[in-house]
Design a protein around this ligand. Sequence first.
Ligand code: S3P
Length: 163
Amino acid sequence: MTLILIGFMGVGKSTVAQTLAQGYQLSLCDLDQVIVREHGPIAKIFEQRGEAGFRQLEYDNLTQCLQRGPDILALGGGIIETPASRQLLQTQPQVLWLKGSFELSWQRISHDTGRPLVDTLTRDGLRQRFERRQELYAEVATAQLVLTDPVPAPADLAAELHR
Ligand code: S3P
């Protein structure tokens, strides 16, 4: 069974995925990384195809990744904005919503480059996305894990997941 990780940018999805994968020798698919390997930088995809084009790529790669059935699948924070992707996620038995405050995400992402939404939206615009997405994450999540700083060690994560 694949454990799918969702949540807002900067909450720690990729770190949690890597921590679990390395700690327990699990196979991992990081959807953004798959897309970048095949199509180049995300900022460039947004530039050339727009956000809608990127969302389509996310959906296509989501279906392919699910077919491969990795132990862990980390998704980009905005995938739940696409109705077809949400529908697909709702058929999955284990979708873990990594939940953190907007402040936590903002601290981590505001100085990064390469995230087109962070580069183009104001802090308020990004906060609005954050607010709007909460109910979409809730729609597809089968469980939640509240994260603070720093991301827990593998054993603590596993303990949390088994609670
Ligand atoms: C996005 C999140 C990013 C990436 C893209 C769009 C979003 O992934 O997919 O920049 O819309 O929230 P992370 O959540 O891994 O940063």
